[in-house]
Design a protein around this ligand. Structure first.
Ligand SMILES: O=P(O)(O)OC[C@H]1O[C@](O)(COP(=O)(O)O)[C@@H](O)[C@@H]1O
Ligand SMILES: [Mg+2]
Ligand SMILES: [Mg+2]
Length: 341
């Protein structure tokens, strides 16, 4: 890309700020700080074994999952980078039980930052792409010490969301509510450069992403939907489908953003008390915002994800997202099932 046409993340944000009054200097600073933190995480991920950062940390998170060393480090990097900027009222993370207040010694701002510091943790040790997912909300007026209820806002209120993929190249995918844009980290320059503006997910697809090993635990409409995809051209869908499953949501969603597809992590009865595996505030909401801004859909199989009113910080939800016509098709199986029961 020639330098005259190169648009850095910083320049992109300044232009967005000029074009859209709701994007202010604090929000711009917030995104720049998160991007800088993600660069630091990218360097740590890239060191692999040389950095002594592979393997378990020996601790567990609030979800009862074993934390990897990189889960803990990425969380610390994001917290530290965001503490002093004056743009945040508080942070919440998949890796922390409770919201993290900005220490009183630092200036406070009006935004809440929620993140999954390292997504796809089971892939760290096997050198497969992982990433970071984040969501930005406004702190309600007059609240200086945000509590859980202040974070529990529906996804429609997000002012920005993004994810990074630490893969063969490091990517940042961002929405501020005006389309979804992809930036690639120029490792020599150390800056994110705009490489795809306003990406659109094709409405139709022949590719699905799901962990098939859970099939026997799914509810009836899910079983029927996937059976029909597997039946291919001879089946009711009349076309052959391919399947991919990286098991890093960032990588699976990025494939769908690039060439279409449907990503599904449905409810299953392995642990019937859990309403799904993925987390609403750190994974489903930001990805739903990004996907909708790219012309796709994101639902629980029954409802639009962004309309859900959260009831807990670490709430889980079923996730169906990607090519709009295919998400509609999956929802039709659930609707038909519900209307008959
Ligand atoms: O191992 P499974 O059950 O296929 O689950 C894979 C899913 O779990 C996740 O790894 C959960 O994310 P974390 O690594 O942040 O816990 C998603 O990225 C991915 O889509
Ligand atoms: Mg995750
Ligand atoms: Mg994680």
């Amino acid at each position: 890309m020639s330098s005259s046409r190169t648009i850095s993340l910083m320049r992109f944000l300044i232009e967005e700020q000029r074009a859209h009054p709701h994007i202010n200097a604090d929000l711009r600073l917030l995104i720049e700080v998160v991007a800088r933190a993600c660069k630091t995480i990218s360097i740590a991920v890239g060191k692999g074994d040389l950095g002594g950062l592979l393997g378990e940390a020996g601790s567990g998170n609030v979800q009862g999952e074993a934390q990897q060393k990189l889960d803990v480090l990425s969380n610390e990097i994001l917290l530290e980078a965001n503490a002093w900027g004056g743009h945040l009222a508080g942070c919440a993370s998949e890796e922390m039980d409770d919201p993290h207040p900005i220490p009183d010694v630092y200036p406070k701002g009006n935004y809440l930052l929620l993140f999954d510091p390292l997504d796809g943790s089971s892939n760290i040790d096997v050198n497969i792409s992982v990433g970071t997912i984040f969501s930005v909300l406004r702190c309600p007026d007059g609240v200086t010490e945000p509590r859980v209820e202040h974070y529990c806002q529906a996804g429609t209120t997000q002012v920005a969301a993004g994810y990074t993929v630490y893969g063969p190249s490091t990517l940042l995918v961002l929405t501020l509510g005006h389309g979804t844009h992809v930036f690639t980290l120029d490792r020599e320059l150390g800056s994110f450069v705009l490489t795809r503006r306003d990406v659109k997910i094709p409405a139709e697809t022949r590719e699905f992403a799901i962990n098939m090993s859970n099939q026997r635990h799914w509810e009836a409409p899910m079983q029927r939907y996937i059976d029909d995809l597997l039946a291919g051209q001879q089946g009711p869908r009349g076309k052959d489908f391919n399947m991919r499953w990286v098991a890093s949501m960032v990588a699976d969603v990025h494939r769908i953003l690039t060439r279409g597809g449907i990503f599904i992590y449905p409810w299953d009865k392995k642990d019937a008390a859990k309403p799904g595996k993925l987390r609403l505030m750190y994974e489903a909401n930001p990805m739903a915002f990004i996907v909708e801004q790219a012309g796709g859909k994101a639902t629980t199989g029954r409802e639009r994800i962004l309309d859900l009113q959260p009831t807990a910080l670490h709430q889980r939800v079923p996730v169906f997202l990607g090519s709009s016509a295919e998400v509609d098709a999956a929802m039709a199986y659930h609707r038909e099932h519900d209307s008959q029961s």
